[in-house]
Design a protein around this ligand. Structure first.
Ligand SMILES: Nc1ncnc2c1ncn2[C@@H]1O[C@H](COP(=O)(O)OP(=O)(O)OP(=O)(O)O)[C@@H](O)[C@H]1O
Ligand SMILES: [Mg+2]
Length: 294
């Protein structure tokens, strides 16, 4: 990790809605230039966390620093240095796409060229359409464009590609990678684990308001001690799967049996759990029976 001050620092962050504890003491840092992903099931507390960092929600406890500022004070300097894709859309409805981007660009001292952002967001053909006439995915592209137009150094993307068609999603990935090449810091949430795997330097998996795992996507899978061995049974013709901490003996048994029969072993694979496997394992089972107390 870089020695520079973190772009985002979160310590023991807490947020409750009435008696419901949505965020129950989370800690993480995001280094400058890093793409950091928050993953977790619906209701895990991702948007609550992101909106606190953006200065849109107040926290109940903990320390938060964004580019050296406390976002709760909504400092002006900070607003000019961050860009945001909110989870809920529809900020502009009665003006055109180009007008919305132009308008938003005025809040930033060094905004990007609006035409360039229209192209980046894949909205050239809709530049002069009223925002309210856009399809869901096109509206989301506008949100994405709005986050980029100010050329901010830190960008919050809350489910930026939800509703995108596959080509638009890949295009958005390219844009996010280009942001990283420019040294920008990105905090994103996503339900697409391939997206997290493709884009994020590190991810944190949140469940019921707590971080249950954190690290580079590839290492989260590899840190698991289990291997998954899959092969096609010569008896039934079906795929068999077994999970084991040490596949050596199993592989020996399978290969020697196949050799003894004078056959190949079909469809053999030995894999480590993927990010998706780890995610499902960590988030599926209920952890505690205790009610979330206030
Ligand atoms: N304004 C609010 N009032 C009451 N409860 C809220 C409010 N905002 C969020 N919550 C609750 O807090 C919990 C966390 O919500 P949050 O939006 O942070 O989840 P999330 O991880 O972003 O989920 P999703 O993946 O569905 O976007 C949920 O149970 C939600 O119902
Ligand atoms: Mg959310």
């Amino acid at each position: 990790m870089s020695a520079a001050a973190p772009a985002i620092l979160v310590r023991d962050l807490r947020k409750s809605y009435g008696s419901f504890a949505a965020v129950q003491g989370i800690d993480f840092d995001v280094a400058p230039g890093e793409v950091f992903g928050l993953l977790g099931p619906n209701g895990a507390g991702k948007t609550s966390t992101v909106e606190i960092l953006e200065g849109y929600r107040r926290r109940d406890g903990g320390i938060v620093s964004v580019l050296g500022h406390d976002p709760e004070r909504r400092p002006r300097d900070l607003r000019r240095r961050i860009g945001i894709v909110l989870q809920s859309t529809g900020m502009y409805r009665h003006i055109t796409v180009r007008e919305a981007l132009t308008h938003w660009a005025r809040f930033y001292p060094q905004a990007r060229d609006v035409q360039e952002v229209l192209t980046l967001a894949g909205l050239d053909e809709k530049a002069d359409a009223l925002a309210r006439t856009l399809s869901g995915g096109q509206m989301r592209r506008l949100d994405f464009g709005l986050a980029l137009v100010g050329d901010p150094e830190l960008i919050f993307l809350d489910e930026p590609t939800t509703g995108f068609d596959p080509a638009a999603r890949r295009a958005a990935w390219d844009v996010i990678r280009s942001l990283q090449d420019l040294g920008k810091t990105v905090l994103l949430t996503t339900h697409y684990l391939d997206e997290a795997q493709a884009l994020c330097d590190r991810v944190a998996i949140i469940k019921e308001g707590r971080i249950v795992a954190e690290g580079p996507p590839a290492e989260l899978g590899a840190s698991s001690s289990r291997y998954r061995v899959t092969w096609r049974s010569p008896d039934t013709g079906r795929l068999e799967t077994r999970e084991t901490e040490d596949p050596t003996a199993l592989l020996h048994q399978l290969t020697s049996a196949a050799l003894a029969r004078g056959e190949g072993l079909r469809d053999l694979s030995v894999t480590r759990p993927s990010l998706e496997d780890v995610y499902l394992e960590l988030t599926a089972e209920p952890t505690s029976e205790e009610p979330a107390n206030a």
